[in-house]
Design a protein around this ligand. Structure first.
Ligand code: DX5
Ligand code: ZN
Length: 237
């Protein structure tokens, strides 16, 4: 599939919109009921979220397998909200154009998945989408700092990628603090993994703009209550 110019839209605007609204909670749809995807999307929208986070896993870069561009398309059909595609995959350059066509506004690749993230980040930007770079808990901040000017978003992983419902790794706090002092408002800072009522304020205080939340929304009975509480805690920090 090639990307025709007809599909190239200034999707970077979606990230700017999220940045202006920060701090914001983005639901990780990993733990949603996929048998009722449209209903789940509608439910998180009704709960007040301003974007969706979609976890793409290939069973190779991470030991779990989820979904590809088709689910991104299905979410795109269900909402105009920004879609943040977290690509936990090897060789992301092979799939960037497909995810762009499917409707991703932000595509985030892992620094551990590629030899040099620059060409892939440039490829993402050429689609019109915002380019994100993620790094895992054992990876130091110095692994991403050379690429600050090549990306629009930096994602601090606070769990090892692969599964929802894991415990927050507190090393993320210091990483956020370091990155915030380096990038200011130039690059959006996102944190992903183990975000809950107990951990969100520390991340907000350290400088995170976007908070990916899976289990603390989808394993709670009332999405609206959860999103409201988490958002309040982030805003008050
Ligand atoms: C982990 C994913 C996360 C995760 C979030 O590999 O990138 O988005 O599912 O889920 P919780 O909030 O349960 O850690
Ligand atoms: Zn994620």
């Amino acid at each position: 599939m090639s990307l025709s110019t007809a599909h190239v839209m200034p999707r970077i605007e979606s990230l700017k919109q999220l940045h202006r609204g920060a701090p914001l909670v983005l639901p990780s749809m990993l733990l949603c009921d996929f048998g009722n995807l449209q209903r789940e999307v509608e439910a998180v929208i009704a709960a007040g979220v301003k974007g969706l986070h979609l976890d793409v896993m290939d069973g190779h870069f991470v030991p779990n397998l989820t979904y590809g561009p088709m689910i991104v398309s299905a979410c795109r059909a269900a909402t105009d909200l920004p879609i943040d595609a977290h690509l936990m995959i090897s060789e992301p350059s092979r799939y960037v154009d497909q995810f762009a066509q499917a409707g991703a506004d932000i595509m985030t690749i892992h620094v551990e998945a590629v030899d040099d993230p620059r060409p892939v980040l440039a490829q993402i930007r050429r689609t019109g989408a915002a380019a994100g770079l993620a790094f895992n808990p054992p990876t130091p901040v110095s692994a991403v700092t050379p690429f600050i000017d090549d990306c629009d978003l930096l994602m601090v992983m606070s769990v090892m990628p692969g599964f929802g419902g894991q415990q927050f790794d507190p090393r993320a706090i210091e990483k956020l603090r370091q990155l915030k002092s380096l990038v200011g408002d130039r690059v959006v800072l996102e944190v992903d993994g183990g975000i809950s009522n107990e951990t969100i304020a520390g991340c907000a205080e350290a400088g995170a703009d976007l908070f990916v939340v899976g289990s603390a929304i989808f394993r709670c009975p009332d999405y609206t209550e959860s999103v409201k509480k988490l958002s309040e805690l982030a805003r008050r920090a």
